[in-house]
Design a protein around this ligand. Structure first.
Ligand code: N1C
Length: 249
């Protein structure tokens, strides 16, 4: 009898015990109202569970995006490439802009690693392929799909923070260049305003040739601007609520 009870409780326990990953996902999700987090979790899992982690195409996340769609936030949307820390240092303190990480899906999965395995219903958080180990990897396909959906709803004045401390601030292989910019359409997006983050040892600025490529690749009808802004000015605006968002730079 005892053995049977142990077996039964072990099975029940195994079925109900949430992994640390699922707990993180659900607790981050529950900070957002209006979403059924269990549904979002199920839609998320179906994208990669029981699959080779290098064979998860971008489309595998379509049902997840449909379960937690992005809402357009005209004139407030912020994109970035290689400036994640500066951008989030700013957006955490001031409610001026919305990044993908401020949305349900972006915030729930930010900084996490996950993948499945053929023949298993588990979510692994270790031993998953790295960003460039294989093209269709679980994590990369998610960020491509989510970035595409976020860019699809971009409207009005769109801001992007690029990094003046690297050789090619607008890099064709980045998600910003390859996924987001091509989805800005003139019927929705009025301007693309680049903020070039300038640190002490910057090696490029708004005159960089890669910015010419950006200007040329945006949809005709979207106006383009670029402004060199020091990192300290961005931090100052982050810490001084008396500075209006539109006068930050
Ligand atoms: O390749 P990137 O930059 O140009 O991608 C950034 C671009 C942003 O505008 C976001 O909207 O794409 C979106 N995005 C994320 O929001 C995001 N959060 C976390 C893309 N990637 C994101 N990550 C992780 O950052 C991702 O796991 C990968 O490792 C980096 C890509 O950022 P990047 O090369 O600086």
């Amino acid at each position: 009898v005892i053995v049977v009870l142990i077996v039964i409780s072990a099975v029940v326990f195994g079925l109900t015990l949430k992994s640390a990953f699922e707990s993180t996902f659900l607790s981050r999700c529950e900070k957002f109202d209006q979403y059924d987090c269990k549904k979002v979790w199920d839609a998320f899992q179906q994208a990669y569970v029981n699959k080779d982690p290098c064979k998860v195409p971008v489309e595998a996340y379509d049902p997840l995006i449909a379960a937690a769609p992005f809402k357009p936030q005209c004139n407030r949307m912020m994109f970035w490439s290689k400036t994640k820390d500066v951008v989030h240092g700013f957006t955490e303190k001031r409610d001026c802009f919305v990044t993908l990480e401020d949305t349900l899906l972006g915030s729930v999965l930010d900084g996490l690693t996950w993948c499945g395995k053929e023949g298993s219903k588990d979510t692994n958080t270790t031993g998953c392929p790295g960003w460039s180990d294989c093209e269709n990897n679980t994590v990369r396909s998610f960020w491509i799909r989510a970035s595409a959906a976020f860019a699809d709803v971009a409207c009005g004045n769109v801001t992007a923070m690029l990094n003046g401390s690297i050789n090619t601030p607008f890099n064709p292989t980045s998600i910003f260049a390859s996924v987001e910019v091509p989805r800005f359409i003139a019927s929705r997006v009025k301007n693309l305003n680049v903020v070039m983050v300038i640190q002490k040892n910057n090696i490029s600025n708004c005159t960089d040739p890669s910015l010419k490529n950006l200007r040329q690749s945006i949809d005709t009808g979207i106006t383009f601007s670029c402004k060199d802004v020091s990192e300290s000015r961005i931090q100052e605006c982050g810490s001084k609520p008396q500075i209006a968002c539109r006068t930050c730079w």
